[in-house]
Design a protein around this ligand. Sequence first.
Ligand SMILES: [Fe+2]
Length: 212
Amino acid sequence: MSLSIQTQVPSRAAPNPTARVEDMEALLQKHCPLSEPAFSVLLAHSRAVAALAARLARQEGLSDAGAALVEEAALVHDIGIFATRAPSLGCHGAEPYYRHGVLGAKILATEGLPEHARVCERHVGTGISRRESRSRGLDLPDRDLVPVTLPEILVCFADKFFSKNNGETPNMKTEEEILISLAPFGPGQVENMKAWLARFGDPGRNKTSTDT
Ligand SMILES: [Fe+2]
């Protein structure tokens, strides 16, 4: 994937009262009612991703609306995991885990948050192209599910730095750890991440775990 980034952030429609940072966690709880400690782990992960993505949004000079979208969408980007089969994350649904992006997007669209939904559906791995989906035989809509706008890319990029396997204090992964974790999914995934690292820098360098 070439590193073409749409820097223009779509203008937001009339403010949706639910589209506020403080409401995103309630939305997460409503649609992703994991038992404890799984929910707290998910919340800690989501907050860490949101903090990093928001910092990058400021670094990239996004508008206030764009930065708000980044932070809000990051808080709910994993809202679709509840219906998936991921016992280690406390999820006991029937869906394959890789479908949590499109499942979450459906939820967010239903909540009247189409921009957040697009961030959500495009954040798995470094995005999944139609070609990759077809070649791997994935059960996904027959279209590119790849982050395109800067808010979409920042949430996807920031997400790669935090696993959900470290309890409620997520550690920031190193660049090497991220590239190793993406390698099984093909060279395209690794190349995308390298391009983003070259573009945005390694935010983990000289930073603490949930640095904002
Ligand atoms: Fe995530």
